[in-house]
Design a protein around this ligand. Structure first.
Ligand SMILES: Nc1ncnc2c1ncn2[C@@H]1O[C@H](COP(=O)(O)OP(=O)(O)O)[C@@H](O)[C@H]1O
Ligand SMILES: [Mg+2]
Length: 287
């Protein structure tokens, strides 16, 4: 069951202005980079391309004089509305992969197309612009600001995106209602349970209506029952059309997703299709 006050973030919402002329990223400022991304998201183009396409993605780190290939040639597509879990032993490249998809880092080689546009060639400013508008992050440790209330925490990405205060407040309140925290807007994180804190973090991740929601071990710091509550929340978001990529080392958590990607030594070892995804408990009270 969806939490009370759950309001959909619909896939069909008119958030991309498709009337603008197409602009190439290569010669653009961040603002026009967004226009090009938006234009490329138009139905005419989007229908024949996956939301995310990575091809031969590699990332090399230097440890002193030694090379470490954190990613060693990953090729994968993710469709709009997919729910994908990434599994693998420690050091297999999960976080590196998530950082690439989240535009926090750029590959050493290979390509990353988001809505058909090759973001692996973007400048730092352009990547920041994409992060602010297209990516929502949820972390194991919540990463909330302790001294400000839920509303201020949830509106943070919209400050970076340059939205007016009134619109920010409205959107942040809406996002908090959508995760069942409409009655906690004025609470600070230390006045909330762990599960509620992760809900605030999820509201913050959703507030810019991202194309992609990235969650790195979102239940890692929660007890089983509270973790189940967060998995239920993600399920609801998936049903409403959100695209979710979840990193976890727990098989039971991964099987909430529709696809499970296994990484090993920076390579895609195998992929599973989950025929009967696990459903989080239906009788959880949200409080
Ligand atoms: N900033 C970095 N500098 C050097 N090596 C790194 C860096 N980040 C990750 N690595 C190495 O890359 C490999 C993959 O790391 P990571 O993506 O964090 O794996 P996972 O999240 O699956 O545990 C590991 O061998 C790790 O030591
Ligand atoms: Mg990691």
């Amino acid at each position: 069951m969806a939490p009370p006050g759950f309001r959909p973030y619909s896939r069909g919402r008119p958030r991309l202005d498709t009337r603008r002329p197409r602009t190439r990223f290569a010669h653009s400022t961040p603002a026009t980079a967004m226009e090009a991304l938006a234009t490329n998201g138009a139905p005419t183009n989007a229908s024949d391309r996956a939301l995310i396409e990575v091809n031969g993605l590699k990332k090399r780190y230097m440890m002193g004089s030694q090379e470490v290939w954190a990613l060693d040639g990953v090729t994968l597509s993710i469709e709009e509305g997919d729910y994908v879990a990434v599994m693998g032993p420690s050091g297999s490249g999960k976080s590196t992969f998530m950082n690439m998809l989240g535009c926090l880092d750029t590959p050493t080689s290979g390509t990353y197309h988001l809505r058909g546009e090759d973001v692996s060639t973007f400048s730092d400013d352009e990547l920041a612009e994409i992060r602010n508008h297209e990516i929502g992050f949820v972390f194991q440790t919540f990463n909330l600001l302790p001294r400000v209330n839920c509303l201020r925490n949830a509106e943070l990405p919209l400050i970076y995106a340059g939205m007016s205060k009134r619109d920010r407040r409205e959107r942040a309140a809406e996002a908090l209602r959508s995760v069942g925290l409409g009655d906690r807007l004025d609470h600070r994180p230390n006045e909330l349970s762990g599960g509620q804190r992760q809900r605030v973090a999820t509201a913050r991740a959703l507030v810019n209506r991202p194309a992609l929601l990235l969650a790195d071990e979102p239940t890692g710091n929660l007890d089983t029952e509270t973790g189940d509550e967060i998995m239920e929340l993600l399920e609801g978001l998936h049903r409403q059309g959100n695209t979710i990529l979840l990193v976890t080392h727990e098989e039971a958590i991964a099987h909430h997703a529709r696809r499970v990607i296994h990484l090993r030594d920076g390579k895609l070892e195998r992929e599973e299709t989950v025929e009967e995804p696990a459903l989080a408990g239906a009788d959880i009270s949200i409080g």
